[in-house]
Design a protein around this ligand. Structure first.
Ligand code: DSN
Length: 410
């Protein structure tokens, strides 16, 4: 029996969510719309199978087709990112990062990551996360004036702190990272280099963002952001580190792999290997630039002076509104974003002075630079009058009209 027949409550809520996704503008930099093919694989009978272990070395019988699927995902990931080894089993970005830590560090070891308030990730050393509880983080920051990474300052801090591992790759940093500079710093201090490319993996796959593959000892990524796959993650590394990584994922961190998600990843990698994906990735960046230019023209300040990627970090201070207020007002107008700390933010993380916006999802809908201009103008109108209910309803209507021209899941 179908879901509609057996569980009307869940079915109804999924239908509502579908409608909501169709009629709103998704500007959360870490979100996207996976293809029907990806969702079909992810919602398949593979959810029924236990497959602890790795292809051809499982602890349960009956994995002949599951093995082929996982091998296909691995082979495609290796081809897409030009890496020696890929482990496609991590359930999420956080569990991929835990496994990477356990492969290269002992509990209590010191490592360096970008401060969360400067654009780093929770799993890169926050005191409330495993990374900050079980390991010893020493954060680096962006430069206070330029809001960009200062490689000399990072090198100096690394020489003082002597971390065993250094992470590069962030969640709210709009500029391109110099992976070669990180390799040199790691070599100088004898640290393992870990690149968390979760946010811009799709841009790397599409050839519009440099790849860390030549430099990093470990690369972790989620598969559902710019890469446009199913919710999940993977770890890549040179062949020499394969065993360490595989052991850390299973049995170190996880039990049975989610083979339905792995099938979804295989489909996503195949999609990203197509020439059209390069066009898509380039358009994401062009769209982010168009959005940025229009936001800046309205008097908003852009952190680090703009963007070279899929995301823009906006300082709302010139408009006299907090991140929290802006996020709420925009949501009422059908524009979905997230508040975000800006570097050296005087406001607490639950309030913030910033807003993070990304263009991966709108680009998937087929929107181009002219639509980005329109979207930026809608954002500005709302944040200039966040309490004007009539205006928010009017913008909501415009949002629905625009969304109607760029349907998802036709
Ligand atoms: N939650 C993701 C993001 O929005 O960047 C990172 O885990």
């Amino acid at each position: 029996m179908s879901l509609k027949q057996t569980d009307g409550a869940v079915f109804g809520l999924i239908e509502k969510e579908m409608d909501y996704q169709k009629k709103t503008l998704r500007l959360i930099a870490s979100e996207n719309y996976a293809s029907r093919a990806v969702m079909e694989a992810t919602g398949s009978v593979l959810t029924n199978k236990y497959a602890e272990g790795y292809p051809k070395k499982r602890y349960y019988a009956g994995n002949m087709f599951v093995d082929e699927i996982e091998l296909l995902a691995i082979e495609r990931a290796k081809r897409l990112f030009q890496v020696g080894h890929a482990n496609v089993q991590p359930h999420a970005g956080a569990s991929a990062n835990i496994a990477a830590f356990f492969a290269f560090l002992d509990v209590g070891d010191k490592f360096m990551g970008l401060d969360l308030a400067n654009g780093g990730h929770l799993t890169h050393g926050s005191p409330v996360n495993f990374s900050g509880k079980w390991f010893k983080p020493c954060a680096y920051t962006v430069d206070k004036k330029t809001e960009a990474l200062d490689y000399d300052a990072i090198r100096k801090r690394a020489l003082e702190e002597k971390p065993k591992l250094i992470i590069c790759g962030y969640t709210a940093y709009p500029l391109i990272i110099d992976f070669k500079a990180f390799r040199e710093i790691c070599d100088e201090v004898g640290a393992t280099m870990m690149a968390d490319i979760s946010h811009f993996a799709g841009l790397v796959a599409g050839g519009v963002y440099p790849s860390p593959a030549k430099y990093a000892d470990i690369i972790t990524t989620t598969t559902h952001k710019t890469l446009r796959g199913p919710r999940g993650a993977m770890i890549m590394c040179p062949e020499a580190n394969a065993q360490k990584i595989d052991k850390a994922v299973f049995p170190g961190m996880q039990g049975g792999p989610l083979e339905h998600c792995i099938a979804g990843k295989a489909v996503c990698f195949q999609e990203a290997l197509q020439p059209e994906f390069k066009t898509y990735a380039a358009q994401i960046v062009r769209n982010a630039k168009a959005l940025t230019d229009e936001l800046a023209a309205s008097g908003l300040r852009l952190v680090a002076g703009g963007t070279q990627t899929h995301l823009v970090l906006v300082d709302l201070t010139p408009k006299g509104i907090t991140g929290k207020e802006a996020q709420m007002a925009l949501e009422e107008a059908g524009i979905i974003t997230n508040r975000n700390s800006i570097p050296y933010d005087p406001r607490p993380p639950f309030v913030t002075s910033g807003l993070r916006v990304g263009t991966a999802a709108l680009t998937t809908r087929g929107m181009m630079e002219s639509e980005m201009k329109q979207v930026a103008q809608m954002i500005v109108r709302v944040i200039e009058k966040p309490n004007d209910l009539e205006l928010k309803l009017k913008v909501r209507g415009e949002v629905e009209e625009l969304c109607g021209k760029f349907p998802i899941y036709k």
